[in-house]
Design a protein around this ligand. Structure first.
Ligand code: NI
Ligand code: MN
Length: 229
């Protein structure tokens, strides 16, 4: 089964896995690179890496409108229920996972921070590991520095990794190359760059370095662009 991966810009992705529509970190309002409005997106599931506004983004509004099931860490899950009245929420934590209609979703560690937009405690930041029933395994690193346990994630056999390359708030290009060597993904996509001046990066340089220094295939999408896995 083909899996279609669309980059919404920043750390936002839309996955189409069979009939299932999955959003990751849908930050559109206030995002200068976004090509779609939150009202244009349908979703059955929304996966969130951490509490920062550029990741929670439009998730509460999209979840309320579509009835999508949200997966996030336990604190964010509780906040979505209490503050936004969402009923379909899985609040999990690293080491655990949840079985959904398209496969299993697990949270991983990430080295970052995670306060929520209203200042509430957002728990620990996470990466997201998607083990699809169709076969491919997808790892979205969230916002993070490189960390040695990426080797364990790599041992799962990662088909597609989405990695931040923006520097400043997360790892930059050098860090992402180390991450690729630990994760050993077949395909790697850059994210969390060029949205703001502080995270401006030369993505063509990144792609050349991935090509020359790793075994992964770099896939650079334009905002709104898609890749079939
Ligand atoms: Ni963040
Ligand atoms: Mn961020």
């Amino acid at each position: 089964m083909a899996i279609q991966v669309t980059w919404l810009s920043h750390s936002g992705f839309a996955l189409q896995i069979g009939a299932h529509r999955i959003l990751i970190d849908p930050f559109l309002s206030g995002n200068p690179l976004a090509t779609v409005r939150p009202g244009d997106l349908d979703a059955d599931f929304i996966l969130l890496s951490h509490g920062h506004g550029d990741h929670i983004g439009d998730a509460p509004a999209i979840a309320r409108r579509t009835g999508a099931t949200v997966v996030a860490n336990n604190e964010i899950g509780g906040w979505l229920r209490a503050k936004h009245g969402l009923a379909h929420v899985h609040g999990i934590n690293p080491g655990g996972g949840v079985r959904l209609a398209f496969g299993r979703v697990e949270l991983t560690i990430a080295h970052h921070s995670s306060s929520l937009p209203d200042g509430s405690y957002g728990g620990q930041p996470n990466g997201i590991l998607i083990k699809t029933d169709a076969g491919p395994k997808i790892y979205h690193a969230g916002d993070t520095a490189v960390f040695l346990e990426m080797q364990l994630i790599g041992d799962e056999g990662i088909d597609l990794a989405m990695l931040p390359i923006g520097d400043y708030y997360t790892m930059g290009i050098d860090g992402s190359l180390k991450a690729i060597s630990l994760l050993r993904p077949k395909v790697v996509m850059p994210m969390h760059y060029n949205t703001f001046d502080a995270i401006a990066q030369d993505v063509a340089l990144w792609a050349r370095r991935v090509q020359n220094e790793t075994d992964a295939l770099p896939v650079v999408l334009d905002p709104g662009g898609s890749y079939t896995l």
